[in-house]
Design a protein around this ligand. Sequence first.
Ligand SMILES: *[C@@H]1O[C@H](CO)[C@@H](O)[C@H](O)[C@H]1NC(C)=O
Ligand SMILES: *[C@@H]1O[C@H](CO)[C@@H](O)[C@H](O)[C@H]1NC(C)=O
Ligand SMILES: *[C@@H]1O[C@H](CO)[C@@H](O)[C@H](O)[C@H]1NC(C)=O
Ligand SMILES: *[C@@H]1O[C@H](CO)[C@@H](O)[C@H](O)[C@H]1NC(C)=O
Ligand SMILES: *[C@@H]1O[C@H](CO)[C@@H](O)[C@H](O)[C@H]1NC(C)=O
Ligand SMILES: *[C@@H]1O[C@H](CO)[C@@H](O)[C@H](O)[C@H]1NC(C)=O
Ligand SMILES: *[C@@H]1O[C@H](CO)[C@@H](O)[C@H](O)[C@H]1NC(C)=O
Ligand SMILES: CC(=O)N[C@H]1CO[C@H](CO)[C@@H](O)[C@@H]1O
Length: 850
Amino acid sequence: MAKSESCIVICIYSALFFTAPLFHCVLGGNDGIGVTYDGRSLIVNGEHKLLFSGSIHYPRSTPDMWPSLIAKAKEGGIDVIQTYVFWNLHEPQQGTYEFSGRRDIVQFVKEIQAQGLYACLRIGPFIEAEWSYGGLPFWLHDVPGIVYRSDNEPFKLHMQNFTTKIVNMMKSEGLYASQGGPIILSQIENEYTLVEAAFGEKGPPYVQWAAKMAVSLQTGVPWSMCKQNDAPDPVINTCNGMRCGETFTGPNSPTKPSIWTENWTSFYQTYGEEPYIRSAEEIAFHVALFIAAKNGTYVNYYMYHGGTNFGRSASAFMITGYYDQGPLDEYGLTREPKWGHLKELHAAVKLCSTPLLTGTKFNFSLGQSLEAIVFKTESDECAAFLVNRGAIDTDVLFQNVTYELPLGSISILPDCKNVAFNTRRVSVQRNTRSMMTVQKFDSSEEWEEFKEPIPNFEDTELRANKLLEHMGTTKDRSDYLWYTFRVQQDSPDSQQTFEVDSRAHALHAFVNGDYAGSAHGTYKEKGFSLVNTITLRNGINNISLLSVMVGLPDSGAFLETRVAGLRRVGIQGVDFSEQPWGYKVGLSGEQSQIFLDTGSSNVQWSRLGNSSQPLTWYKVLPIINSNYLEFKCSRTDLCYCHSLLIGQTRFDAPPGDDPIALNLGSMGKGAAWVNGRGIGRYWVSFLTPKGEPSQKWYNVPRSFLKPTDNQLVILEEETGNPVEISLDSVLITKTCGQVSESHYPLVASWMGAKKQKVRSAKNRTRRPKVQLSCPSKKKISNILFASFGTPSGDCQSYAIGMCHSPNSRPIVEHACLGRVKCSIPISSLNFQGDPCPHVTKTLLVDAQCT
Ligand SMILES: *[C@@H]1O[C@H](CO)[C@@H](O)[C@H](O)[C@H]1NC(C)=O
Ligand SMILES: *[C@@H]1O[C@H](CO)[C@@H](O)[C@H](O)[C@H]1NC(C)=O
Ligand SMILES: *[C@@H]1O[C@H](CO)[C@@H](O)[C@H](O)[C@H]1NC(C)=O
Ligand SMILES: *[C@@H]1O[C@H](CO)[C@@H](O)[C@H](O)[C@H]1NC(C)=O
Ligand SMILES: *[C@@H]1O[C@H](CO)[C@@H](O)[C@H](O)[C@H]1NC(C)=O
Ligand SMILES: *[C@@H]1O[C@H](CO)[C@@H](O)[C@H](O)[C@H]1NC(C)=O
Ligand SMILES: *[C@@H]1O[C@H](CO)[C@@H](O)[C@H](O)[C@H]1NC(C)=O
Ligand SMILES: CC(=O)N[C@H]1CO[C@H](CO)[C@@H](O)[C@@H]1O
């Protein structure tokens, strides 16, 4: 049923646009234009497809980065680029749409198309995505009677409106595969199963409605719902998670393919937590298992490139860098060995395409925790996946041949005879990223400051006799909300206990203009308290409490009812929650937009003082060095005033095209702007259990910079020291490879051999190799270590072992020095003699790129 339904949709649609003959559909619909599916896979323009997909979110990088990110994904064996659509970015005010710059989704999809890849559009429009408010625009909060994500008319109206807007936009640009465009799949809703029960009887009808609404938009390509086992036909239910090869219960119909929309390459990171490092080996194992054990024919990496949560776009407690541990790091540099190992996996799996897409599957045991999964076509084309789920390395006998199978790994045999890839054997290079300071702002002369005024009750316009809810009051125009009140004391100055309970994320207290303590919550705990001793004076005391959100929540049911802000305020046990309160939304520096050139002069900046006060704005001064103010005369007696040339200089863009980051390691908590563009919130003072900041470097995209005269503005909530801020280059400085003689030849040489119809692994000319390459424009400048023999250790720490060829260094230097990339076959022949016969040898090379 599912198939014929989706098929009819496609026929009507393609008939409208292409006058495609209707009998295509009647005959099965698989060879028409557009996308259908069956139990095996997606069918794109009539062809069954085995697809690797990678998530890249367009607003988390800049348009000038898109072409290279997409190109690197393509080179890594990715067929599909998947992105969410960010509603609150596109419709910040109801009916006001924005689609320029980083919001230019059409341009992003067109770039994907230009590079010959497919696109998957996850419209949501609720997306979670560690994005503020899960992508919902905050104005929805004030729509009367609204209940998000349930069978609720106001929500459905707005959801349909936006979904239709996006679909029509894509259609009018001809971007659906049914129109010859790249979009082959889209998504409606997002992980709804997690909240469905909370909505009771309002849940299931909403799922039905969402599916029907989406399908009625007639895109000519299928819709999916992730983590939604009851996704209504013809919508495909898909798996999200880290281990879909083990956990996925399968499509909910035999006519739907097995799709993994989120195979997490790492995990999001919140302030106070360590990064989640997921190894290349582990990801490769679960991808191979999903394909073999769960008939998977579509795997998406979430994230392939995570990028940056610029400005205030991160959701509650999320750090500004997003999935820096992905195959492409935050700056778009390849993270090795993850990128390269997955590239080899993709190539190995693609060698199995025909048996996987058209063959019959068998599986049998090869011993305890050992399994062979074999796909065979009628014409005997065969591919095998040998799985070791156990905890020890084992030799297995498969079709009369013995294979070495490392613990917790899968070997891929695209011809059922020769191993092309093992998920645990990493033969690609590993690289090291370093930060190199290119500019310091280490003179207090270079900075100016503006101390944010602390408002008193009299300074506020918004009043209430109670504690207002934070988000509903700021309407997300700012992270900050001032709560102020007055206390009359009719006795001499005295110390008093002060207690505040908050459901926001952080709090800074001021009494009579003086700082009186801070407190903050964590991602996991809702709510926190500030308990302190304050001094109250005889007479009227002004209490000003700054409530801070570090992003809006992004998940869970009934998001519209979520509360934040102060809940109770007490002094010496007396409750002050219900008495006159004065409110001020945002900071005055924000209101004056002092991070913009145009707003900078709205406040009085002053020279850097010697004591830092919480809540201070800093900016890098124009450099007007008195030396340069002198007239200078050249030999030809031409005199000029130097200050005219550099008087406007604030800081120059570092030369070259290496990515740039601000090292904010000396700061506490706040936000930063470069040329008026928010590079994100920082929170260096919130340390991880290991005592480190969760994030010290903050991405400054090259396109935010001008060649000269760049403006840097920092808002510091605590007492960080701006004089230690530096601008650093992000560089891959080292590359290292370690491959043993017993390694399988690289997939690339396997493929080369296959093309030549040479399918014997016994061909001794195909050798494992160490392959190294430096990122663009860099060359191998120094061999730090080279040993062919039995070097000990790994790329992190190594030493020469019992066996070592004296020719190691000269051979490697000859092959690599001065080159962008090099390849060294691992054979005694290549090293002019066997340093230790009958011993399995390894080549370990560590090299420097400059
Ligand atoms: C969708 O929103 C636009 C802009 O606010 C409005 O003009 C249009 O009437 C809306 N459509 C629906 C169906 O609500
Ligand atoms: C995979 O496909 C086979 C038929 O080739 C079928 O028997 C099996 O149930 C499918 N497994 C899953 C997890 O869908
Ligand atoms: C074959 O695959 C099925 C489904 O994944 C599994 O339940 C079964 O244990 C496997 N059989 C063997 C012998 O490994
Ligand atoms: C394995 O060897 C046995 C006995 O030599 C033979 O009968 C069988 O056909 C062989 N199987 C394969 C797959 O080569
Ligand atoms: C409290 O605020 C009022 C109004 O801004 C001000 O006149 C007064 O001096 C303040 N009191 C103290 C103790 O700072
Ligand atoms: C700050 O500077 C002032 C004036 O120069 C000086 O009196 C004061 O002692 C200094 N404070 C500190 C903490 O260095
Ligand atoms: C081994 O492979 C090379 C190319 O990789 C090919 O030229 C040669 O003929 C092959 N030799 C055998 C014995 O298959
Ligand atoms: C659905 C799923 O697999 N969720 C898991 C994803 O990975 C994290 C971290 O390992 C687990 O906590 C989740 O349960």
